[in-house]
Design a protein around this ligand. Sequence first.
Ligand code: IVH
Length: 681
Amino acid sequence: MEKKEAQERIEQLSEEINEHNYRYYVLADPSISDYDYDMMLEELQRLENKYPEFASKNSPTQRVGGQITKKFPSVRHRYPMLSLSNTYSREEVMAFDQRIKKAIDEEYAYVCELKYDGVAISLAYEKGELARAVTRGDGVQGDEITANVRTIHSVPLKLRNNPAEMLEARGEIYMPHESFLNLNWEKKKKGEKVFANPRNAAAGSLKVQDSGIAASRNLDCFIYAAYGEDLPFSSHWESLQTLKKWGFRVSEDIRLCKTIDDVFGFINEYANKRSSLPYDIDGVVIKLNSYAQQEAMGYTSKFPRWAIAYKYKAEQAITILKDVSFQVGRTGAVTPVANLEPVVVAGTTVKRASLYNEDRMADLGLHKGDRVFVEKGGDVIPKVTGVDAGQRPDDAEPVAFASQCPECGTQLKKNQAVHYCPNSEGCPPQIQGKIEHFISRRAMNIESLGQGKTGLLLSKGKINNIADLYDLTYKDLIGLEKTIINPDTLKEKKISFRDKTVKNILDAIEKSKNVPFERVLYAVGIRHLGETMAKKLARHFGNIDSLMNASREELLEVRDVGEKVAESVIAFFEDKGNREIIERLKEAGLQFHTTAGEESRPAGGPLEGKSFVVSGVFANFSRDGIKEFITKHGGEVKSSLSSKTHYLVAGDKMGPEKRKKAQSLDIPVISEEELQQMAKE
Ligand code: IVH
């Protein structure tokens, strides 16, 4: 093919694919088969490979991702990204309407939209092509995440019908429920921590460095505003209609309302429809329609006076508490779980809800058979938020916290608010937790043995500890089978060890013998030994024998090693079972000494060099879980605030004194979500 001809074909194919993409993802009205679409895309990719000079950044082939962004540059917004004033009260919506009525001495109308629960995005188009996608950030400047946003099929890369030269479209990127359930299912299988809700999952997916991963997350986007000079519309409603014509995905669930009664009609309608939408919303946004009237109302420093968000309360239901069971986590932490008479909340049937810890249970004063309030906010795990004690029969039995481990019968111990099972070597979920930590990517990286598979090996008695992994043979594994059920979707999935799976597993186990000492030390699971600390100890002592024989004083000589780590290392090596396992791992050929010029990973994780104090109760983590999360990402956890602390991670019920102390020391107070975000950067 001639060069010129190739260029023309590339342009023609791009245009046609864009059109089909628009029909499929924006209009949901495809006109060709998936196969024909894939064939066109393949042809385009082939031509672009051959003639890279004609491959544009906004070619439809770029949707599959593959670009790596090490750091997302900070970009100033051309128009600041304001937020909305929020209310849960209908009276305040009435008062908002009264303010408008008073200020606007003529007819007016509102546009009602859904308040999508995702991540705000600003899309800048130059000459009709996507130039930049920027997060809200602090409203003045945000992070440029164009490569990741380009992978979202409903975000047009090229606009249709001659739009303005310069245009900024604003909208919300969100993760549909189906994508969210699939993603968490995959994460669970791999033994990774799941996302608490679709919003966190969307935010996390937009900040991945590899846009190929962003592409696999199946995000979606609704556009709800346009900014620019001389745009050809004078009201919000018109802007939405025009945005559709330009190729943007605008929700169909919008309404032009002439009266505040119509607005309440919309609010009531979607309070019911909300649970059947395929994505999360947390309310309704009410916007004055005419641009001239919007101008007349003006802005406060934070939000427009011409719009308000009415937020739906978290959905609640009342049901009966059957009993309370106790779940043992990987670290041995025991969590109380309420078993409920099934009840539908926010569109899903809830049978179990978290009770967090003994203190929370005591606050609720639960009795068997109580009528309890169950709430499902945006998060995966529902909560018990209250008890209707007035309805309680006189002879109802109070619920007591377990005294023994429900998995292995060991007497539980208590550390602050958290109970734990001290039988770390014999308690099944703890054994599984240890093995999963050992094989995880940052430890021994035996990823082909993800969660479902370790569970299968344990249940079939093929392994009982980490050293057993190195005795596994082809014969032990081939043909093993198990059906597991995704607790969220209740879909069944069969795991079976066929030839290729077994070879991959054995291969990964063999390769793990080359993992450097510092990671082996992290992998064996010494309590309180995060990646950074393991690295420091490995470098200081050089080999496992010196470390095993080190006294408390010698350990404390290592920079940043405190009492807790020193004691934990000593306790680990004093244990006969642990010493046997180390011996077996040595015999298997794992690295137990540093080698000259050894290539170790440069950073211990995104939180390296930062120290944290955690306080309060967390929604996504147990107390030990959040500490483990910090150390796993390279940070250090300290027990009390000092001028050297970098951050205070505040959960629910943190005492006011802690906050005051942090403020007096100038220590930023962050939420668990902000911590999770930091760990991703
Ligand atoms: S309009 C100046 N419309 O809510 C007004 N925002 O507090 C700008 N959001 O993070 C926002 N759905 O991303 C608007 N239909 C909608 C929305 C919406 C969700 C988010 C927005 C921002 C927050 C505003």
